[in-house]
Design a protein around this ligand. Sequence first.
Ligand code: CO
Length: 212
Amino acid sequence: MTHSTIKQLIQQNHQWAQQFEADNPGIFDKLARQQNPEYLWIGCSDSRVPANTIIGLQPGEVFVHRNVANLVNHSDLNVLSVIEYAVNVLKVKDIILCGHYGCGGVTAALERCEHGIVDNWLRVIKDTYRAHADHFHAIESEKEEINLLCEINVVEQVRNICHTSIVQNAWINGEALSVHGVIYGVEDGILKDLDVTTSGIDELESIYQLTN
Ligand code: CO
C-alpha cells in the first residue's frame, strides 16, 4: 500500500461524504441534530479492528472507545467517562467489549522485556495471566497461549465493566443493559461471542455487588 498524503486523505473524505449523502439523503442533517447510538463498543486500538466496519454500522450507530489491549481499568477516567456518558446520557442497550486474537498488547504483556511506558498500562494483563495460570499449563504453542490470554482478557474486562457503579446503578434503576464479550479474528474477519453476556447485578460475584 502506498502512503497517502493528508491532501489525498482529505480528497478521499470529500468523495466519501458525497457518496454517503447520496446513498442516505439527509443523513448529515440528521446526524448534526443528535447521535442516538444503541451500542457502546470498547475495543483495541489495533488498526485491523475498526468498530463500525466489522459490525456493519454507519456513523451515528455505535459509540466507540478504543485503547491498547481493550482494557477497562477502574482508575482510567477516560474509559469511565465514556461508559458514564454512554449509559447515563445516550442510554445504550448493549456494551460490547471486543478483543482480538494476536493482540500486540497481550503479546507484549507475556514478554519479559521492557517496552516502555506501555508496560504500566499492560501490567494488569500479567495479573490476569497469574490469576488464570492453571489454564496455561497444558498449552504448548506461544500462539495458543497468546490467543487464550486474549480471550481471558476479554472476560476480565467484561467483569470490570459490570463492576462499575455506572453499570450497576443502571441495573438498580431497572434499565435494560447488557454487557457482552466478543473476540475478533484478524485472520478471518470473524467475530466470536464468548458467551459471557451479563445483564444484572445478581450475575456478579457478591463481593462486587452494590446494594445501595
Ligand atoms: Co490489540
